[in-house]
Design a binder for this molecule. Structure first.
Ligand SMILES: [Zn+2]
Length: 356
């Protein structure tokens, strides 16, 4: 969503240095990784509060967990770089921007940048899901609640919901997408466990390990503590901790209003499928690596009025990767769709899940 003119200039200089090797030039043009980052070195909630006077009442801990994993596992940064490289290579080769900017990686930046959904030949991608319910009384989460959560995931990843957009949000109508990713119930395991809160150090996954994470999404439902709604692991991480952890009361019908419509799961599965927060976990110049999502300088909370303007563009506060209330988030973009689906293509980090 941003232009990095300086880095592009640096790449252009590199071309002149090796202009006798056209293949190398083409490769460099296709995959520009200069804006890639993994560490976020500040508390984005505090930034949002201090800069925008936005109330920080919602907390996803995915980026904090990632920072710790990067410190504990020196090889993780390279793995995530490789996942990103494959993603950009796929998008740049197949994507067709229609409003300016490059189809993948950095570039673009204006709210009217539009990309098309890539025809990847995969059709509907089905993700089978194992739920692990870990609570003092694991029956507190019913089978019908699990089915409702699954239905929310299916709906959110398959409906563009353009009818919910405010009338002035014409720039976003073409961005809202059907990701064509389906979810099916593989199984539900219940564990009565008196642990009061599990924190964010993956302890719940160590106690109750994932089931075939190569081919299945594992979701742990428990009490996390600290007011944290959930956290996910990005593709490229250790399989033993692969999956999503949700606060039990964030499920549809739970007590965590206004975060109890099941969209914590949608947001965290977005991370699991390689989406960053829409504001890029930094200020205006830090990117979420998606060209059709506008820049912002922090998270939005509550149910913002339209338009909410930051970084000289209108924020897409209704995107699932913002921090708004469950009822006020209802879209992924084509660019996010392409980024998620790149994982399932040949050589992608979750290709085995789609039988590739
Ligand atoms: Zn998040």
């Amino acid at each position: 969503m941003k232009k990095l003119f300086l880095s592009m200039a640096a790449v252009a200089l590199a071309f002149t240095a090796c202009d006798n090797d056209k293949n190398e030039i083409t490769q460099q043009q296709e995959v520009d990784m200069t804006d890639f980052y993994v560490f976020t070195d500040f508390n984005e909630n505090e930034i949002a509060k201090s800069v925008n006077s936005k109330k920080s009442t919602k907390s996803c801990y995915t980026m904090n967990v990632l920072n710790k994993q990067l410190m504990d596992n020196p090889g993780l940064e390279k793995k995530m770089y490789d996942v990103e490289y494959h993603t950009r290579q796929f998008i740049n080769a197949k994507g067709k921007p229609t409003g300016g900017g490059k189809p993948g990686g950095n570039g673009g930046g204006e709210t009217d940048v539009d990309v098309l959904p890539i025809e990847d030949g995969l059709g509907t991608v089905n993700i089978p899901v194992y739920f692990h319910i870990v609570l003092p009384n694991a029956n507190d989460v019913s089978n019908s609640q699990i089915q409702s959560q699954l239905n929310v995931l299916i709906s959110d990843f398959n409906n563009p919901n353009t009818n919910q957009l405010p009338s002035g949000a014409t720039n976003f109508v073409n961005d809202a997408t059907n990701s064509n990713i389906n979810f099916t119930l593989a199984g539900t395991a219940r564990y009565n466990d008196n642990t009061a809160s599990w924190g964010t150090n993956n302890a719940v996954k160590a106690a109750y390990p994932p089931i075939t994470p190569q081919t299945h999404l594992n979701i742990w439902i428990c009490n996390i503590g600290g007011g944290i709604l959930g956290y996910a692991q990005f593709p490229g991480g250790n399989l033993s901790t692969d999956g999503v952890v949700l606060l039990h009361s964030s499920l549809p019908g739970g007590s965590a209003a206004p975060y109890n419509l099941g969209r914590t799961a949608t947001h965290e599965v977005g991370h699991y499928l390689n989406l960053r927060h829409i504001w890029g976990d930094g200020r205006c110049k830090q990117d979420d690596f998606v060209v059709d999502t506008p820049s912002s300088d922090g998270a939005n909370y509550g149910c913002p009025s339209f338009p909410t303007v930051n970084c000289s563009t209108t924020d897409m506060t209704m995107n699932y990767m913002d921090y708004t209330d469950d009822a006020c988030m209802y879209m992924f973009t084509d660019g996010q769709r392409n980024r998620m689906r790149a994982l399932f293509t040949s050589g992608g980090a979750r290709a085995t899940m789609a039988g590739n």
